[in-house]
Design a protein around this ligand. Structure first.
Ligand code: TRP
Length: 451
C-alpha cells in the first residue's frame, strides 16, 4: 500500500484526528469569511443561503465522500487516482481540470490572503486600532489599488504556503490546526454575539434568514450557491482526493465527511451572523463586493474597548486558516508533479508555488493599475474566481460523481466508502448517478439561459 511519491515513501496522517483536522483545515478558510460574506451580500442573502445549503446536502456531501473514497482507494494524486482506478479511460480529464483549478484558485487566493496578512500587520503596529482619517473603506481601497503593496503581501503569503508544503502537509498543519481552528471558532461566536448588539441585528438577521422569494427565480443565485458550496468545502478539484490518499484503511470515511461539511457550514453561518448585523449597523452596502469583510470587520473592532487586540487575534487566526487552505491547494499540484515527473518535493513546491504567485499578479493589479481590463464586466480577480469556482469546480465535481456512480463497480464503491451495502450506501450511489449530475447540469443550463 505504500505507493511511492517520487522516491520518498508516501506520507500518512499521524492519526485519525490528523486527517479530519487537515480536511477541516482545507475547508475552513477565507472562503467561509471573506468569500461567503461577499457572495451572500451580492446575491441578496437568505435565498442564496438556502440554495447554498441545498447544494451542500444534495451535491456537496456525496461528492466529498466520493473524493475521500477515490483518494484512499487509489493512494495517488488527483490525476494518478483516475489513472489507477480506470486506466486509459477519459475520466482522467477530471484530474487535469483539478490541477488546473488548483493553479487558478491559489493564484487569487494568495492575493486575498495577502490582504489578510496586511491587515494583521496593521493591527500589530496599531495603525488600524482607530479609524484612519479617510475611513476604513477608503483605507482598504487605497491599499488594494496600490500597484505594488498587495503584490508584496501576496508574495509573503505564498512564501509561507511554500514553506509549509515543504515541511510536508502532515508536519506542517496537523498540530497548528488542532490549536488554532477551535480558537477561531470561539472568537467568531463571541464576535457574532457582539455584532448582534450593534443595532443592526434585526436587519442583519432578516437579510440572512428571511428570503426574498423572487430571488429564487434568478439563475445566477443558483450558480453562485453551487460555486460557494464547492469552494467552501474544497470540492471538485481533488484536494480531498489528495488528502484521502494519505489515509490508511482503518479510518471510517462517512463520519469524517459529515464532520467536515457541518463544521465548514457552521463557520460560514457564524461568520454571516458576525458580518451582516454589523453591515447594517454601520450603513455598509451588503453588495459591496469582494472587500465586504475587510471594510466591515475593522468597524466592529473599533467599537470594542481595546478592540485592536481583538482585531490582531482575529486576523492572525484568519491568516492561519487561509494558510491551511492554501496548503491544500498547493498540495494538489505539487503531489501531481512529484509523481508525474519524479521531482523532489522541494523542487516541485518551490517551482509550482512561484508559478502560482506569478499567475496571481494580474488578479492583484486588476483591482488597481489594470482595472481598465475587465472580462464580462468583472475584474481579473473576479473572473478568475468565477471561472474556477462556478465552472471548473462543478465540472470537476460532475466528473467525480459520474466516475464513482457509473465508472466504478457499484458494490466496490460502496465497500470502499465504508457505507457498505446499506440504505445510505445505495442512496449515495443514486445521488452520484442522478441527483448531483442532473442538478449541476440544470444549474449550468439555467445560467446560460437554456433552462
Ligand atoms: N475551502 C477553502 C476556503 O474556504 C479554499 C480551498 C482550499 C479550496 N482547497 C480548495 C477551494 C480546493 C476549492 C478547492 O477557504
Amino acid at each position: 500500500m505504500n505507493n511511492q511519491l517520487g522516491n520518498q515513501p508516501r506520507e500518512q496522517w499521524g492519526s485519525r484526528l490528523g486527517f479530519i483536522l487537515a480536511a477541516m483545515g482545507s475547508a475552513v478558510g477565507l472562503g467561509n469569511i471573506w468569500r461567503f460574506s461577499y457572495v451572500t451580500g451580492e446575491n441578496g442573502g437568505a435565498a442564496f443561503l438556502i440554495i447554498y445549503f441545498l447544494c451542500i446536502i444534495l451535491i456537496g456531501i456525496p461528492i466529498l465522500m466520493a473524493e475521500f473514497t477515490i483518494g484512499r482507494r487509489a493512494q495517488s494524486d488527483v490525476v494518478g487516482s483516475f489513472q489507477t482506478l480506470a486506466p486509459r479511460k477519459p475520466w482522467v480529464i477530471g484530474g487535469f481540470i483539478g490541477v488546473a483549478s488548483a493553479f487558478i484558485i491559489l493564484s487569487f487566493y494568495g492575493v486575498i490572503a495577502g490582504w489578510t496578512l496586511f491587515y494583521f500587520t496593521n493591527y500589530l503596529t496599531g495603525t488600524l486600532w482607530s479609524a484612519p482619517s479617510e475611513g476604513y473603506g477608503a483605507y482598504f481601497d487605497t491599499f488594494i489599488t496600490h500597484p505594488t503593496y498587495p503584490i508584496i503581501w501576496q508574495f509573503i503569503f505564498m512564501g509561507l504556503t511554500i514553506a509549509v508544503v515543504l515541511i510536508g502537509v502532515k508536519n506542517g498543519i496537523e498540530k497548528t490546526n488542532k490549536i488554532l481552528m477551535p480558537i477561531l471558532a470561539v472568537l467568531l461566536i463571541v464576535l457574532a454575539g457582539y455584532s448582534l448588539t450593534l443595532g443592526g441585528a434585526k436587519e442583519g438577521l432578516l437579510f440572512l434568514f428571511s428570503p426574498d422569494w423572487s430571488a429564487f427565480k434568478n439563475p445566477e443565485v443558483y450558480l453562485a450557491g453551487l460555486g460557494q458550496a464547492f469552494f467552501s468545502l474544497s470540492l471538485g478539484m481533488g484536494a480531498l482526493i489528495t488528502y484521502g490518499s494519505y489515509l490508511s484503511k482503518e479510518e471510517k470515511l462517512p463520519g469524517a465527511a459529515y464532520s467536515v461539511a457541518s463544521l465548514d457550514t457552521l463557520f460560514a453561518v457564524i461568520a454571516g451572523i458576525m458580518i451582516f448585523p454589523a453591515v447594517f449597523a454601520f450603513g455598509i452596502e451588503p453588495g459591496y463586493g469582494a472587500g465586504l469583510a475587510f471594510v466591515t470587520l475593522p468597524d466592529i473592532f473599533d467599537s470594542i474597548a481595546l478592540g485592536g487586540l481583538v482585531g490582531l487575534a482575529f486576523f492572525f487566526l484568519l491568516v492561519a486558516a487561509g494558510l491551511s487552505s492554501a496548503v491544500s491547494l498547493l498540495e494538489v499540484a505539487v503531489a501531481y508533479f512529484i509523481r508525474r515527473f519524479s521531482w523532489s518535493r522541494r523542487f516541485a513546491t518551490i517551482v509550482i508555488g512561484s508559478i502560482i504567485f506569478l499567475l496571481g499578479i494580474p488578479s492583484s493589479l486588476g483591482l488597481g493599475a489594470w482595472s481598465h481590463i475587465t472580462i464580462f464586466n468583472k475584474s481579473i480577480l473576479d473572473s478568475m474566481d468565477f471561472l474556477a469556482s462556478n465552472i471548473f469546480l462543478p465540472i470537476g465535481g460532475l466528473i467525480i460523481a459520474l466516475f464513482v456512480g457509473w465508472g466504478w463497480n457499484k458494490s466496490e464503491a460502496m465497500k470502499e466508502s465504508d457505507f457498505g451495502d446499506t440504505f445510505i450506501g445505495h442512496l449515495w450511489i443514486f445521488i452520484l448517478r442522478f441527483i448531483a449530475p442532473i442538478a449541476i447540469v440544470l444549474i449550468f443550463l439555467s445560467a446560460i439561459g437554456l433552462f
